[in-house]
Design a binder for this molecule. Sequence first.
Ligand code: SF4
Ligand SMILES: [Zn+2]
Ligand SMILES: [Zn+2]
Length: 416
Amino acid sequence: MSPFTSSRRDFLLRTCAACGALLAGSTLLSASPGCLPLSPGPACAAGDPLAELVRAAPRARYWVSTASASAADCAACHPAGSLAAGAKAAHRRTLIRCTLCARDCTLAEGERGMCRSRIHVNGELRSLVYGRPMAIHVDPIEKKPFFHFLPGAAAYSLATSGCPLRCKFCQNWGISQARPEDYAQAPLPPDRLARAAVERRAPVIAFTYNEPTVFTEYLTDVARAGRPLGRRSVMVSCGYMNEAPLNELCGVLDAIKVDLKGFSEDFYRDVCGAELKPVLRSIRQVARSGVHLEIVNLVVPTLNDSPRMLTELAKWVVGEVGPDVPVHFTRFHPDYQLPNLPDTPVATLERAREIGLQQGLHFAYVGNLPGHPGNNTYCPKCGRAVIERDGLFVTGMHLKDGHCETCARAIPGVWS
Ligand code: SF4
Ligand SMILES: [Zn+2]
Ligand SMILES: [Zn+2]
């Protein structure tokens, strides 16, 4: 379980009754000794925390406006063929369309997007979360989970608030569904964070816990600051971003884990308030980019655990991005809006893994199930356990320069 998951009651106990800001010193914020001190920012001190944040919020990227001088920007929001070539429509008021993720939120002055992290102010879109991590923690990279990327490495992990999705099973809802004004945080510049990763001897910086796309401006600056310091950057994402921002992300990241939450439009619509198609597009795009890719499927009892859905998911991965992409079938714990469902039975996870292997996946795992043999990496040629794991810890490595020590088969991944 994430150190940042908390019950709704815990969350409210740590929240300032006057303004809703998370109280300084909250263990939700600084969960580990030695983490960067997360200090109270303007949110709690001010009478109107949101107004304070807006004043300091930098301009966001990836949006178009009806006030733009470019006819191309205007045409971006109108049905194809409804405007003459090069013409602009007459708009009574300025609207902004955020093009960062597939929600494509259209925002009037003062409105925020579905992620609550981006706001239309005076004709421009601003980021309310730039430089404002809500959680920082050092985790093993296996917790993300990445199993084929620098096994055993420490990942300096951070999140802001906000997510474009509304998954009923969210295991991190205290962060993903929080608003920027729900927590107090003085600005942490990207170079300071990158240096902190060095001080904590973490070779990897991980953007995780909430949907990192919503803080893409900050993320890319942190990743760029980390590179000259020898830090690699990874992202744990729902894959809901649009193509252009994902292209930029692929340029600064070394690995991306995408949640493929279920394999039907109905599931995405009913359980996540989203669509499947953009996620599949992102997975294909990451695979094409050459950035290391892993996929996670959280198996939720009764909702996405049918053998048919699992078969289709595995078949799609093998056919579209290849059998070497690791797929993790992870265990659900009752949380957020689904407290009524049980933990995923072990047998269901084993069946999911079995289906994945039958469909041709070379690396199918069970996750959130410490000590299970399905946590190990097996050589697809000789069957040897080339990486042994106990929970989040690597207990045995039998790889030589990325190849199985026994049969010399190459095991795809980033090993050094
Ligand atoms: S990033 Fe936020 S504001 Fe932009 S489209 Fe997605 S949900 Fe809407
Ligand atoms: Zn227009
Ligand atoms: Zn082998």
